[in-house]
Design a protein around this ligand. Structure first.
Ligand code: ZN
Length: 142
């Protein structure tokens, strides 16, 4: 077990400097202590890795920033988009929960179903009346 100069068991840390990117080393567990450097856990990196890793890290961080920005924008516009795509009227903050949107859609669906049934009934009634009229019309010919 590696012990630091203050006598505490050392902890493994990871360096993210340009010279030693991703390389693990033993460190003092006390944050901000003046313990001297205790040594590397990982063997030295090849020059190619040292050359490439910092650039990759910068790119990851840049993408992370873009993702965070997009997530923020998305959360802002999500409500609008959901309401727009489902053709739900937008009442500002009133429809801020998905439950409200779903309730609205359910009501809309039930209304449509009711209208459809009423239309069907009317059509049936019309057909019945027409049949009756036709029958009466033909009988009167005799
Ligand atoms: Zn220490």
């Amino acid at each position: 077990m590696v012990v630091c100069t203050c006598g505490k068991p050392a902890v493994v840390k990871t360096s993210w400097t340009n010279r030693n990117p991703g390389q693990r080393f033993f460190g003092c567990p006390t944050i901000g202590s003046n313990c001297p450097f205790l040594g590397w856990l990982d063997p030295p990196m090849c020059p190619r890795s040292v050359d490439i890793i910092p650039g990759l890290l910068r790119r990851i961080n840049a993408f992370r920033g873009v993702v965070e920005e997009l997530e923020e924008q998305r959360s802002k516009y999500k409500k609008f988009v959901v309401c727009d795509e489902l053709n739900v009227p937008w009442y500002g903050e009133r429809i801020s929960h998905l439950e409200d949107v779903l309730k609205h859609l359910k009501n809309k669906k039930e209304k449509k179903e009711k209208e459809r049934k009423e239309k069907e009934m009317k059509e049936k009634e019309m057909k019945k009346r027409k049949k009756k009229d036709d029958a009466e019309g033909s009988s009167s010919n005799f």
